[in-house]
Design a protein around this ligand. Structure first.
Ligand SMILES: [Fe+2]
Ligand SMILES: [Fe+2]
Length: 303
């Protein structure tokens, strides 16, 4: 069997039967996709190093600096308006010291994921620029909600927001017939993508994204935030509640940042309530930040 027919047979898969998040057959099919996006070895190395509490700033910096393009892009990112250190950080080790292991890990992951997904070629129903625009908007809004609700989650929430819907990319690229069917259900029944997945009794894109994130050895909080972003918003899964609410807000807003929520504010955990009450004051202002995130992350990356 050649590569393209192999791929077609995977793409032709339809998930049948009960709605089962952990349907092993579906995930085995994902495992068999040869062109599944991979992350460069440097990301896996960084993820492994950060699981080891003994890792030092020097060791981490040396690994990142073996990739010159990554080093340049991270320095550009940490000196951008996201972190408020305009052009003062000139080395990875300084960036690690000032911003912390967590933030640097997230920068490496975000840049690498966007680069590896840029190689997908067969997306038909899904406009990749619209997809990343939505994801970056959710990332910026999520970070804002975390900054004002639980600062310990700010860095996780930006990256989780960026990655929350990557399962849709896997479906669109490798399971086009299935994606088409879900897409048509959203149009015909005027419902959201995740509701169409429920209606069709399939594994949903949140589970698929989390599965991929686990395969990439991403930190567990990111995996969980992706997995539960369409689950009930609870205080126990704070990051996924933030991502889910940011997703609702972005989907309910126009390009100028005006939000129309026909059913009122989402039912959010108490730690997010104060910020949601003042939504109309801050939400439109963040459009500038969303635009600059799009400019930064969506510009072509070198090798
Ligand atoms: Fe989603
Ligand atoms: Fe989304």
């Amino acid at each position: 069997m050649n590569e393209s027919s192999d791929r077609r047979s995977v793409g032709a898969l339809h998930v049948k039967g009960e709605f089962d998040f952990m349907n092993p057959d579906f995930f085995q099919q994902i495992d068999r996709i040869r062109e599944l996006p991979t992350l460069p070895a440097i990301v896996l190395k960084v993820n492994q190093m950060l699981q080891d509490l003994e890792t030092t700033t020097d060791q981490l910096s040396r690994v990142i600096e073996t990739d010159q393009a990554m080093t340049a892009k991270i320095l550009k990112l940490v000196n951008s308006s996201f972190y408020g250190f305009k052009s003062t950080i000139s080395s990875i080790s300084t960036a690690v010291i000032i911003l912390g292991f967590n933030t640097i890990q997230h920068a490496v992951v975000s840049l690498s994921v966007m680069k590896s997904f840029a190689l997908l070629k067969n997306l038909k129903r899904l406009n990749i620029r619209d997809f990343w625009h939505h994801s970056l908007a959710v990332a910026v809004i999520s970070k804002h909600l975390a900054d004002h609700g639980d600062k310990t989650l700010s860095s996780d929430c930006f990256t989780a927001g960026l990655l929350h819907d990557i399962g849709k990319l896997i479906l669109a690229e490798f399971f086009p017939e299935h994606f088409e069917k879900i897409w048509m259900t959203t149009v015909e029944s005027d419902i959201s993508f995740v509701d169409a997945e429920k209606l069709e009794n399939t594994v949903n894109h949140a589970e698929i994204g989390a599965y991929l994130a686990e395969k990439w050895f991403l930190p567990q909080p990111l995996v969980d935030a992706i997995r539960y972003h369409h689950s009930a918003f609870s205080n126990d899964h704070r990051a996924s509640a933030i991502i889910g609410i940011a997703d609702l807000l972005v989907n309910a807003s126009d390009p100028e940042g005006r939000i129309v929520l026909p059913d009122g504010l989402p039912d959010a955990p108490a730690f997010l309530q104060p910020e949601l009450q003042t939504l109309s004051g801050w939400y439109p202002r963040l459009q500038v930040e969303i635009a600059s995130a799009c400019q930064f992350f969506m510009e072509p990356q070198g090798n």
